[in-house]
Design a protein around this ligand. Structure first.
Ligand code: UDP
Ligand code: MG
Length: 315
Protein backbone atom coordinates (compact mmCIF):
# COMPACT_ATOMS: atom_id res chain seq x y z
CA UNK A 1 0.00 0.00 0.00
CA UNK A 2 1.12 3.57 -0.73
CA UNK A 3 2.95 5.24 2.13
CA UNK A 4 1.43 8.53 3.21
CA UNK A 5 3.54 11.34 4.69
CA UNK A 6 1.76 13.86 6.88
CA UNK A 7 3.39 17.27 7.20
CA UNK A 8 2.33 19.35 10.19
CA UNK A 9 3.58 22.91 10.64
CA UNK A 10 3.96 23.91 14.26
CA UNK A 11 4.65 27.34 15.66
CA UNK A 12 4.16 27.72 19.41
CA UNK A 13 1.44 25.10 19.73
CA UNK A 14 2.53 23.54 23.06
CA UNK A 15 -1.05 23.67 24.35
CA UNK A 16 -2.45 21.52 21.58
CA UNK A 17 0.27 19.52 19.86
CA UNK A 18 0.03 16.38 22.03
CA UNK A 19 -3.74 16.31 21.74
CA UNK A 20 -3.32 16.72 17.99
CA UNK A 21 -0.85 13.86 17.79
CA UNK A 22 -3.10 11.51 19.75
CA UNK A 23 -6.03 12.34 17.47
CA UNK A 24 -3.90 12.01 14.33
CA UNK A 25 -2.65 8.59 15.36
CA UNK A 26 -6.13 7.46 16.35
CA UNK A 27 -7.51 8.37 12.93
CA UNK A 28 -4.62 7.06 10.87
CA UNK A 29 -4.24 3.76 12.73
CA UNK A 30 -7.52 2.66 11.11
CA UNK A 31 -6.01 3.08 7.63
CA UNK A 32 -4.31 0.30 5.72
CA UNK A 33 -1.54 2.57 4.35
CA UNK A 34 1.67 3.06 6.33
CA UNK A 35 1.81 6.61 7.65
CA UNK A 36 4.74 8.77 8.74
CA UNK A 37 4.47 12.20 10.29
CA UNK A 38 6.86 15.09 9.75
CA UNK A 39 6.44 17.86 12.27
CA UNK A 40 8.04 21.08 11.13
CA UNK A 41 8.93 23.20 14.12
CA UNK A 42 8.85 26.71 12.66
CA UNK A 43 11.10 28.27 15.29
CA UNK A 44 8.80 27.64 18.27
CA UNK A 45 9.86 29.11 21.59
CA UNK A 46 7.12 27.86 23.90
CA UNK A 47 8.35 24.30 24.50
CA UNK A 48 6.57 22.80 21.45
CA UNK A 49 10.01 21.88 20.12
CA UNK A 50 10.74 19.61 23.11
CA UNK A 51 7.27 18.06 23.01
CA UNK A 52 7.80 17.23 19.34
CA UNK A 53 11.22 15.68 19.99
CA UNK A 54 9.64 13.51 22.69
CA UNK A 55 7.00 12.34 20.17
CA UNK A 56 9.77 11.44 17.69
CA UNK A 57 11.66 9.48 20.32
CA UNK A 58 8.54 7.56 21.34
CA UNK A 59 7.24 6.76 17.89
CA UNK A 60 9.32 5.53 14.94
CA UNK A 61 6.80 7.00 12.49
CA UNK A 62 7.50 10.57 13.66
CA UNK A 63 10.30 12.90 12.53
CA UNK A 64 10.80 16.53 13.49
CA UNK A 65 12.39 19.15 11.25
CA UNK A 66 13.51 22.12 13.35
CA UNK A 67 13.85 25.29 11.31
CA UNK A 68 16.53 27.74 12.40
CA UNK A 69 13.96 30.48 13.11
CA UNK A 70 10.35 31.37 12.34
CA UNK A 71 9.96 31.40 8.57
CA UNK A 72 6.16 31.44 8.38
CA UNK A 73 3.54 28.81 7.72
CA UNK A 74 4.09 28.46 3.96
CA UNK A 75 7.87 28.04 4.28
CA UNK A 76 7.30 25.47 7.02
CA UNK A 77 4.98 23.48 4.73
CA UNK A 78 7.60 23.57 1.98
CA UNK A 79 10.27 22.34 4.42
CA UNK A 80 7.96 19.47 5.35
CA UNK A 81 7.21 18.58 1.72
CA UNK A 82 10.97 18.60 0.98
CA UNK A 83 11.56 16.12 3.79
CA UNK A 84 8.58 13.86 3.06
CA UNK A 85 9.17 10.52 1.43
CA UNK A 86 5.63 9.14 0.97
CA UNK A 87 3.72 8.39 -2.24
CA UNK A 88 1.36 11.14 -1.15
CA UNK A 89 1.98 14.12 1.13
CA UNK A 90 -0.72 15.67 3.30
CA UNK A 91 -0.16 19.16 4.77
CA UNK A 92 -2.16 20.20 7.79
CA UNK A 93 -2.21 22.54 10.81
CA UNK A 94 -1.44 21.42 14.33
CA UNK A 95 -4.37 23.14 16.03
CA UNK A 96 -7.04 20.53 15.10
CA UNK A 97 -8.77 23.00 12.77
CA UNK A 98 -7.90 20.56 9.99
CA UNK A 99 -9.63 17.46 11.35
CA UNK A 100 -7.49 14.30 11.09
CA UNK A 101 -10.80 12.45 10.59
CA UNK A 102 -10.77 13.75 6.98
CA UNK A 103 -7.53 11.97 6.13
CA UNK A 104 -9.06 8.62 5.07
CA UNK A 105 -11.33 10.44 2.56
CA UNK A 106 -8.34 12.35 1.17
CA UNK A 107 -6.38 9.12 0.72
CA UNK A 108 -9.40 7.50 -0.99
CA UNK A 109 -9.55 10.43 -3.43
CA UNK A 110 -5.80 10.07 -4.06
CA UNK A 111 -6.15 6.34 -4.75
CA UNK A 112 -8.94 7.01 -7.21
CA UNK A 113 -6.49 8.96 -9.36
CA UNK A 114 -6.39 12.53 -8.04
CA UNK A 115 -2.98 14.12 -7.66
CA UNK A 116 -4.25 17.12 -5.74
CA UNK A 117 -6.92 16.97 -3.07
CA UNK A 118 -7.83 20.44 -1.78
CA UNK A 119 -9.84 20.63 1.37
CA UNK A 120 -12.45 23.38 1.24
CA UNK A 121 -13.91 24.94 4.36
CA UNK A 122 -17.68 24.62 4.31
CA UNK A 123 -17.93 26.63 7.47
CA UNK A 124 -15.45 28.14 9.83
CA UNK A 125 -16.55 28.06 13.44
CA UNK A 126 -14.37 30.97 14.54
CA UNK A 127 -14.94 33.15 11.47
CA UNK A 128 -16.76 36.46 11.82
CA UNK A 129 -18.85 37.85 8.94
CA UNK A 130 -16.01 40.28 8.25
CA UNK A 131 -13.59 37.40 7.86
CA UNK A 132 -15.99 35.52 5.56
CA UNK A 133 -16.59 38.62 3.45
CA UNK A 134 -12.83 39.32 3.19
CA UNK A 135 -12.16 35.72 2.22
CA UNK A 136 -14.88 35.76 -0.48
CA UNK A 137 -13.59 39.05 -1.89
CA UNK A 138 -10.04 37.73 -1.92
CA UNK A 139 -10.97 34.72 -4.06
CA UNK A 140 -13.11 36.86 -6.33
CA UNK A 141 -10.17 39.22 -6.97
CA UNK A 142 -7.56 36.50 -7.44
CA UNK A 143 -9.83 34.55 -9.79
CA UNK A 144 -10.51 37.62 -11.87
CA UNK A 145 -6.82 38.45 -12.12
CA UNK A 146 -5.30 35.04 -12.74
CA UNK A 147 -5.73 32.60 -15.62
CA UNK A 148 -6.37 29.56 -13.47
CA UNK A 149 -9.59 29.34 -11.56
CA UNK A 150 -8.98 28.68 -7.89
CA UNK A 151 -11.45 26.90 -5.69
CA UNK A 152 -12.74 29.47 -3.18
CA UNK A 153 -12.03 28.74 0.48
CA UNK A 154 -9.37 26.15 -0.34
CA UNK A 155 -7.34 25.81 2.82
CA UNK A 156 -3.80 24.90 3.73
CA UNK A 157 -5.12 21.41 4.33
CA UNK A 158 -4.38 19.41 1.20
CA UNK A 159 -2.92 16.24 -0.26
CA UNK A 160 -0.51 16.10 -3.17
CA UNK A 161 0.80 13.01 -4.93
CA UNK A 162 4.50 12.30 -5.09
CA UNK A 163 4.79 13.67 -8.63
CA UNK A 164 3.17 16.97 -7.65
CA UNK A 165 5.36 17.07 -4.51
CA UNK A 166 8.40 16.57 -6.75
CA UNK A 167 7.30 19.49 -8.91
CA UNK A 168 6.94 21.64 -5.79
CA UNK A 169 10.39 20.51 -4.63
CA UNK A 170 12.15 21.30 -7.89
CA UNK A 171 10.18 23.78 -9.98
CA UNK A 172 8.21 26.09 -7.69
CA UNK A 173 10.90 27.53 -5.45
CA UNK A 174 9.54 31.07 -5.45
CA UNK A 175 10.43 33.23 -2.45
CA UNK A 176 6.92 34.65 -2.23
CA UNK A 177 4.28 32.14 -2.99
CA UNK A 178 0.72 31.07 -2.43
CA UNK A 179 1.03 27.33 -1.99
CA UNK A 180 -2.63 26.38 -1.98
CA UNK A 181 -2.96 28.26 -5.28
CA UNK A 182 0.17 26.72 -6.80
CA UNK A 183 -1.03 23.16 -6.20
CA UNK A 184 -4.14 24.02 -8.22
CA UNK A 185 -1.99 25.55 -10.92
CA UNK A 186 0.24 22.56 -11.70
CA UNK A 187 -2.51 21.03 -13.80
CA UNK A 188 -2.84 17.47 -12.55
CA UNK A 189 -6.22 15.85 -11.81
CA UNK A 190 -7.59 17.58 -8.77
CA UNK A 191 -10.61 17.34 -6.57
CA UNK A 192 -12.03 19.46 -3.75
CA UNK A 193 -13.55 17.95 -0.64
CA UNK A 194 -15.60 20.05 1.77
CA UNK A 195 -15.10 19.95 5.50
CA UNK A 196 -16.28 21.81 8.57
CA UNK A 197 -13.48 23.67 10.33
CA UNK A 198 -13.95 23.48 14.09
CA UNK A 199 -12.59 26.23 16.35
CA UNK A 200 -9.00 25.97 17.50
CA UNK A 201 -8.61 23.22 20.12
CA UNK A 202 -6.38 25.50 22.22
CA UNK A 203 -3.94 28.37 21.88
CA UNK A 204 -4.26 31.43 19.69
CA UNK A 205 -4.25 32.03 15.94
CA UNK A 206 -0.91 33.27 14.65
CA UNK A 207 -2.61 35.38 12.02
CA UNK A 208 -3.93 38.81 12.86
CA UNK A 209 -6.31 40.50 10.40
CA UNK A 210 -3.42 42.70 9.29
CA UNK A 211 -1.15 39.69 8.65
CA UNK A 212 -3.94 38.03 6.67
CA UNK A 213 -4.34 41.19 4.60
CA UNK A 214 -0.60 41.29 3.91
CA UNK A 215 -0.71 37.59 3.02
CA UNK A 216 -3.58 38.22 0.57
CA UNK A 217 -1.72 41.05 -1.13
CA UNK A 218 1.38 38.86 -1.49
CA UNK A 219 -0.75 36.02 -2.82
CA UNK A 220 -2.40 38.24 -5.45
CA UNK A 221 0.90 39.83 -6.51
CA UNK A 222 2.76 36.52 -6.68
CA UNK A 223 -0.07 35.01 -8.70
CA UNK A 224 -0.84 37.71 -11.21
CA UNK A 225 0.61 40.65 -13.09
CA UNK A 226 -2.90 42.15 -13.18
CA UNK A 227 -2.28 45.04 -10.76
CA UNK A 228 0.50 46.31 -13.03
CA UNK A 229 -2.08 46.89 -15.76
CA UNK A 230 -3.66 49.46 -13.50
CA UNK A 231 -0.97 51.89 -14.66
CA UNK A 232 -2.13 51.52 -18.26
CA UNK A 233 -5.81 51.99 -17.39
CA UNK A 234 -5.04 55.00 -15.23
CA UNK A 235 -2.81 56.39 -17.99
CA UNK A 236 -5.59 56.11 -20.59
CA UNK A 237 -8.12 57.65 -18.21
CA UNK A 238 -5.92 60.65 -17.39
CA UNK A 239 -4.92 61.11 -21.05
CA UNK A 240 -8.62 61.42 -21.99
CA UNK A 241 -9.24 63.76 -19.10
CA UNK A 242 -6.29 65.94 -20.04
CA UNK A 243 -7.54 66.14 -23.67
CA UNK A 244 -10.80 67.57 -22.38
CA UNK A 245 -8.93 69.99 -20.17
CA UNK A 246 -6.62 71.08 -23.00
CA UNK A 247 -9.55 71.63 -25.35
CA UNK A 248 -11.36 73.68 -22.71
CA UNK A 249 -8.28 75.81 -21.91
CA UNK A 250 -7.52 76.48 -25.59
CA UNK A 251 -11.12 77.46 -26.24
CA UNK A 252 -11.07 79.91 -23.33
CA UNK A 253 -7.72 81.34 -24.49
CA UNK A 254 -8.75 81.72 -28.15
CA UNK A 255 -11.91 83.63 -27.31
CA UNK A 256 -10.27 85.67 -24.56
CA UNK A 257 -12.68 84.35 -21.99
CA UNK A 258 -11.85 84.69 -18.33
CA UNK A 259 -10.41 81.45 -16.88
CA UNK A 260 -10.77 80.47 -13.26
CA UNK A 261 -9.13 77.09 -13.28
CA UNK A 262 -8.02 76.93 -9.66
CA UNK A 263 -10.46 74.21 -8.58
CA UNK A 264 -9.85 72.22 -11.74
CA UNK A 265 -6.13 72.41 -11.19
CA UNK A 266 -6.32 71.32 -7.57
CA UNK A 267 -8.67 68.40 -8.33
CA UNK A 268 -6.71 67.27 -11.34
CA UNK A 269 -3.30 67.58 -9.72
CA UNK A 270 -4.21 65.85 -6.46
CA UNK A 271 -6.04 62.99 -8.22
CA UNK A 272 -3.18 62.63 -10.66
CA UNK A 273 -0.47 62.72 -8.01
CA UNK A 274 -2.17 60.22 -5.71
CA UNK A 275 -2.84 57.70 -8.47
CA UNK A 276 0.75 58.14 -9.65
CA UNK A 277 2.15 57.32 -6.21
CA UNK A 278 -0.27 54.43 -5.83
CA UNK A 279 0.99 52.94 -9.08
CA UNK A 280 4.57 53.65 -8.07
CA UNK A 281 3.85 51.68 -4.89
CA UNK A 282 2.50 48.73 -6.88
CA UNK A 283 5.58 48.77 -9.09
CA UNK A 284 7.79 48.98 -6.02
CA UNK A 285 6.01 45.95 -4.61
CA UNK A 286 6.77 43.92 -7.72
CA UNK A 287 10.37 45.15 -7.73
CA UNK A 288 10.56 43.86 -4.14
CA UNK A 289 9.58 40.42 -5.46
CA UNK A 290 12.30 40.58 -8.11
CA UNK A 291 14.78 41.68 -5.43
CA UNK A 292 13.85 38.66 -3.29
CA UNK A 293 14.16 36.32 -6.25
CA UNK A 294 17.54 37.51 -7.49
CA UNK A 295 19.07 37.20 -4.03
CA UNK A 296 18.24 33.49 -4.15
CA UNK A 297 18.15 33.20 -0.39
CA UNK A 298 16.86 29.90 0.97
CA UNK A 299 13.14 29.61 1.68
CA UNK A 300 14.07 28.12 5.07
CA UNK A 301 17.13 26.78 6.88
CA UNK A 302 17.09 23.62 8.96
CA UNK A 303 18.70 23.65 12.40
CA UNK A 304 18.27 19.96 13.13
CA UNK A 305 16.26 16.96 12.03
CA UNK A 306 15.23 14.60 14.79
CA UNK A 307 14.59 11.18 13.33
CA UNK A 308 13.16 8.06 14.67
CA UNK A 309 15.23 4.96 13.97
CA UNK A 310 12.83 3.91 11.18
CA UNK A 311 14.46 4.61 7.79
CA UNK A 312 11.04 5.21 6.20
CA UNK A 313 10.80 8.47 8.09
CA UNK A 314 14.12 9.74 6.82
CA UNK A 315 14.52 11.67 3.67
N1 UDP B 1 2.22 28.31 11.79
C1 UDP B 1 3.55 28.14 11.42
N2 UDP B 1 4.34 29.29 11.30
C2 UDP B 1 3.84 30.53 11.52
C3 UDP B 1 2.47 30.67 11.85
C4 UDP B 1 1.69 29.54 11.96
O1 UDP B 1 4.02 27.04 11.19
O2 UDP B 1 4.61 31.50 11.41
C5 UDP B 1 1.37 27.08 11.91
C6 UDP B 1 0.55 27.03 13.18
O3 UDP B 1 1.26 26.40 14.23
C7 UDP B 1 -0.63 26.19 12.74
C8 UDP B 1 -0.79 26.57 11.28
O4 UDP B 1 0.46 27.11 10.87
O5 UDP B 1 -0.35 24.79 12.83
C9 UDP B 1 -1.91 27.55 11.03
O6 UDP B 1 -1.75 28.69 11.86
P1 UDP B 1 -2.97 29.34 12.64
O7 UDP B 1 -3.82 28.27 13.24
O8 UDP B 1 -2.39 30.33 13.59
O9 UDP B 1 -3.74 30.06 11.48
P2 UDP B 1 -5.35 30.15 11.28
O10 UDP B 1 -5.87 28.74 11.37
O11 UDP B 1 -5.84 31.01 12.37
O12 UDP B 1 -5.49 30.72 9.92
MG1 MG C 1 -5.66 27.52 12.87
Amino acid sequence: MDAISIVVSVYNEAEVVEQFHTELMRQTSLMDSPVDVIYVDDGSTDGSERLLDALAHEDPRVAVVHLSRNYGHEAAMIAGIDHAGGQAVICMDADLQNPPACIPDMVTAFRSGHDVVSMVRRSRADGTWLYRWASRSFYRIINRLSDTSLTPNASDFFLVSRRVADILRHDYRERSRFLRGIIQLVGFPRVAIEYDAPPRAAGRSKYSLFKLLAFSVTAIASFSKGPLKLAIYAGVFFALLSLLLIAYSLYMWLFHLPVSGYTTLVVFLSAFASILFFILGIMGYYIGFIFDEVKQRPIYSVRQVVHSPNPDCQS
